[in-house]
Design a protein around this ligand. Structure first.
Ligand SMILES: C[S@@+](CC[C@H](N)C(=O)[O-])C[C@H]1O[C@@H](n2cnc3c(N)ncnc32)[C@H](O)[C@@H]1O
Length: 428
């Protein structure tokens, strides 16, 4: 049986080799034999090693002048040990001792001992001299620094090193029935959203089986909040909404809960299954279509098309820190987003709207993409309807809206999310 620190290093190694965290964990045969406490320890170490990767690499380069040649695994054991010593405040003696014991199997105990003892001696200095901005990889940094500014960039870097919270969205009728903040020992932060301490197994949270709530980050609830505002004075059963890129379903659940007429489209068969089982637990019913939106029949027209487009996910650096160590290919995503907008323009009724959203902080996936669309399409215009959301994000000059991890930071931050509300002229 392997020690949980050794398992953490192996999981980290696999994430760096391209596996998702979930796959890296589930493919580790030793992990399933751990106690719940040790499983949580592995998650804590792995997630924080990813969050602090830029800082850890900078520290390693101070002490290691030649590539580690004996075993690649040793590099990851070193990373998980550094995160324990510097950023998780684990006791020095046991952390170093465990790492050295594991290293014996790889004949690297002297190397490990020397580096870790040096790091312990220089702890204060290293913490002071190694800024959190190093954790944001260049492909994100160069994109957001000019767009959002230096101060916002620094604030984002600070926020993404912190443990994220879990946001729970409660069905509107159930929301009135109890004080959900107390039920979850959390805080009601916006509309029906209660923010709670992160939990490793959400199925153990109260009322899970009753199907009255789902997990959904606060930022991700805002597109439907805006749709509800747009159609506030209308009979919702008559408002047809095409929910594009539907799985796992957060926005579809909100729309159905509010009473809209929804059709959900999702390209991925695997994700459709997740969507269906979520619908079942939450007792929602609506049409789900497994197809590529770009090939969707254009005869039926909709009052609103909600495009939750595939994107870099750069807004989710805090919740999904593997984004910090895996560079995405942006060009194919940009092409897809552009084609989705074009397709939506043909499916929306005159006077209707397209709500475009991406969980990205990159300008070219958000504002840049939308401004190109508006410049090319004479019949569409942007409308700023974000006045209720002033404390959650910023309205950009282009009349679009963005939240970043630095917003609402006193309450735990937000996922980075971009939203545009595009209206089609009434008289064509
Ligand atoms: C950001 S996720 C959507 C999250 C979802 N709307 C929610 O609120 O839970 C984007 C989704 O778009 C789907 N997708 C990507 N390309 C698509 C396409 N061409 N047609 C339909 N769905 C697509 C992906 O499989 C993915 O599930």
């Amino acid at each position: 049986m392997l020690d949980s620190r050794e398992i953490s290093a192996k999981v980290l190694f696999n994430v760096f080799s391209g596996k998702s965290i979930d796959d890296a964990i589930s493919s580790n045969t030793h992990y399933s034999k751990l106690t719940q406490r040790d499983k949580s320890l592995v998650s804590l170490i792995v997630l924080n090693s990813l969050r602090r990767n830029g800082q850890i690499e900078a520290i390693m380069s101070n002490f290691i002048k030649r590539p580690i040649k004996d075993s690649k695994f040793i590099k990851y054991l070193l990373k998980v040990s550094i995160v324990q010593l510097l950023y998780l405040d684990f006791p020095e003696y046991s952390t170093v001792h465990t790492a050295v014991e594991i290293s014996k199997k790889y004949k690297s105990e002297k190397f490990m001992n020397a580096i870790l003892r040096n790091i312990c001696r220089q702890k204060k200095d290293l913490l002071k001299k190694t800024p959190q901005t190093l954790n944001i990889p260049l492909w994100i940094k160069k994109n957001i620094k000019g767009f959002l500014g230096e101060t916002e960039f620094l604030n984002i870097a600070t926020q993404i090193s912190r443990e994220p919270f879990l946001d729970i969205n409660i069905k509107k009728d159930s929301f009135k029935e109890r004080r959900w903040g107390s039920v979850f020992k959390g805080k009601n932060i916006f509309e029906n959203v209660v923010r709670v301490k992160n939990h490793s197994n959400i199925t153990k949270l109260p009322f899970y089986k009753d199907g009255v709530w789902w997990v959904q980050g606060l930022s991700a609830t805002l597109p439907v909040f805006l749709i509800n505002k747009i159609f506030a004075n209308k009979n919702k059963d008559n408002i047809s909404i095409l929910d594009v890129g539907s799985a796992p379903g957060g926005k579809a659940f909100q729309l159905l809960d509010l009473g809209f007429k929804v059709k959900s489209i999702e390209i991925s068969k695997r994700r459709i299954e997740i969507l269906k089982s979520n619908f079942e637990r939450l007792k929602f019913k609506s049409e789900i279509i497994n197809c590529d939106f770009l090939n969707f029949d254009e005869r039926e027209k909709f009052d609103c098309i909600l495009i939750d487009a595939p994107c870099s996910g750069s807004g989710l650096m805090q919740k999904k820190p593997e984004i910090l160590v895996t560079e995405k290919k942006i060009d194919p995503l940009l092409r897809k987003q552009k084609n989705m907008l074009k397709k939506a323009s043909k499916l929306v009724k005159a006077g209707g709207c397209i709500i475009y959203a991406v969980c990205s902080l990159l300008r070219n996936e958000g504002e840049g993409q939308i401004l190109k669309f508006i410049n090319n399409e004479n019949n569409f215009y942007l409308k700023s309807i974000f006045s209720d959301l002033n404390n959650l994000g910023v309205t950009l000059k282009s009349k679009t809206f963005i939240t970043t991890p630095a917003h609402l930071s006193e309450k735990g931050g937000m996922d980075g999310f971009f939203i545009a509300c595009i209206f089609k002229n009434d008289k064509l």
